[in-house]
Design a protein around this ligand. Structure first.
Ligand SMILES: C[S@@+](CC[C@H](N)C(=O)[O-])C[C@H]1O[C@@H](n2cnc3c(N)ncnc32)[C@H](O)[C@@H]1O
Length: 387
């Protein structure tokens, strides 16, 4: 089923060699989407009359080696969802792609799916900057009267085509249940931040000039400028969303990019961080492509074997530094871990409180009648000494 949003398109399969090449780091991105969609659909499609998923840079839906791209990841998340029978309505999918041959291939891929149980799938051949606001207005008008939880995936190759204004309008139009995940190539941006060629693109991306000018003037070029741009982008997103998180992807090319996520829902943030930790069980912050494996070589002293990564943080120390010797509750500590650190709320007991308690560093000041050191809901505590 489609609506008048769709572009009339011939379905035309491309030969595999004309499809985009799959890079290993795509897997991290697609797994995040898969994991997040499981939870997002389970929660929202069962409680709201309608949900929508918009993929602003959809590509062809398939790569040269046969692996699927984001639009098919989204469709599969719906088709294979364990709770699909209990959804109030099938989701509305909107895919946007500017290349005609990719859009036609994607049309063909969608047509190959024998049954899309009730889902409305619109495919727009057009430019994101024009098609995304149009789709948003259509959704707003069409589903007027009830909240429309929407997940927008904004995954261009660069950053020139994703002005902050489009996401601002999206939020203003669809409201607090509208979330987004945005690709931002900060390493690439850092290389050009001091040149005039990209000024307009940066102005549009950040929606302001002073933000990136400060990075240009103060940061060392390279890694520092990249990290500062990432922080500046997070800050800009925070003016739109209550909660903002990011996941770093370091492809073999070492052009690190981030997938930024913005939501107003603390449950949404929990689900996304859970997805981060599934993709990166080491510290939940990012995916690093193994250069040697991707090149098929294993040089013993390959400098990239020591891939640059932030030193692992110690959750116990972070909580200690935040609360000092003040009293806090288990809920306070969980919220801190979830929103201010790379950790999940589920790590608080096992990684921080239990070890501190066992070492005699943590004093429980009030706890429900349960086993000592289990920190049930409502437990309050304080550290014995400032860490
Ligand atoms: C990085 S790929 C998207 C990959 C896809 N999201 C996935 O995960 O499988 C970017 C796609 O955006 C398309 N594109 C480039 N400029 C565009 C624009 N202004 N509007 C919409 N699509 C665009 C490109 O043709 C390309 O297929």
């Amino acid at each position: 089923m489609m609506s008048e949003l769709s572009t009339p398109l011939d379905a035309k399969a491309l030969p595999p060699s004309n499809l985009p090449a799959y890079d290993e780091h795509h897997k991290a991105k697609h797994r995040l989407l898969e994991e997040y969609m499981k939870v997002w659909l389970a929660k929202l499609a069962q409680s709201y009359p309608q949900v929508a998923i918009v993929d602003g840079f959809a590509s062809a839906g398939r790569y040269q080696d046969g692996r699927v791209g984001s639009p098919l990841v989204f469709l599969e998340a719906y088709l294979t969802h364990a709770a699909r029978e209990r959804f109030k309505a099938p989701p509305h999918f909107v895919f946007i792609e500017a290349r005609l041959d990719f859009a036609q291939h994607l049309r063909w891929e969608i047509d190959q799916i024998p049954d899309l149980p009730g889902a409305r799938v619109d495919l727009i051949h057009g430019e994101y900057e024009d098609a995304f606001p149009r789709a948003v207005q259509w959704l707003r008008r069409h589903y007027a009267g009830s909240a429309l939880p929407t997940f927008a995936f904004v995954d261009p190759r660069g950053y020139q085509k994703t002005p902050s204004s489009s996401l601002r309008d999206y939020r203003a139009s669809l409201g607090r249940t509208a979330e987004s995940m945005v690709y931002v190539p900060t390493d690439f941006m850092a290389r050009f931040v001091g040149t005039t060629i990209t000024e307009t693109a940066l102005d549009r991306l950040f929606g302001a000039r002073d933000v990136w000018e400060q990075v240009r003037d103060e940061a060392q070029p390279g890694a520092e400028a990249s990290a500062r741009l990432a922080e500046a982008y997070a800050q800009a997103l925070r003016s739109e969303y209550r909660w903002v998180s990011r996941f770093a992807v370091d492809p073999a090319s070492r052009n690190r990019y981030y997938l930024f996520f913005g939501t107003d829902s603390i449950e949404g943030l929990k689900a996304m961080k859970s997805a981060y930790w599934k993709v990166d069980p080491e510290d939940g912050r990012g995916y690093r492509q193994d250069l040697r494996a991707s090149a098929g070589q294993f040089g013993l002293f390959d400098p990239v074997a020591e891939a640059p990564r932030a030193p692992e943080e110690d959750l116990r120390a972070l909580i200690g530094a935040h609360f000092g010797t003040d009293e806090f509750s288990i809920e306070d500590a969980e919220l801190l871990a979830l929103t201010e650190t790379g950790f999940r709320e589920t790590h608080v007991r096992t990684m921080a409180l239990k070890p501190a308690f066992d070492a005699g560093e943590l004093i429980v000041t009030n706890q429900a009648a349960r086993r000592r050191g289990t920190f049930p809901a409502g437990t309050t505590m304080r550290f014995a000494n400032r860490t």
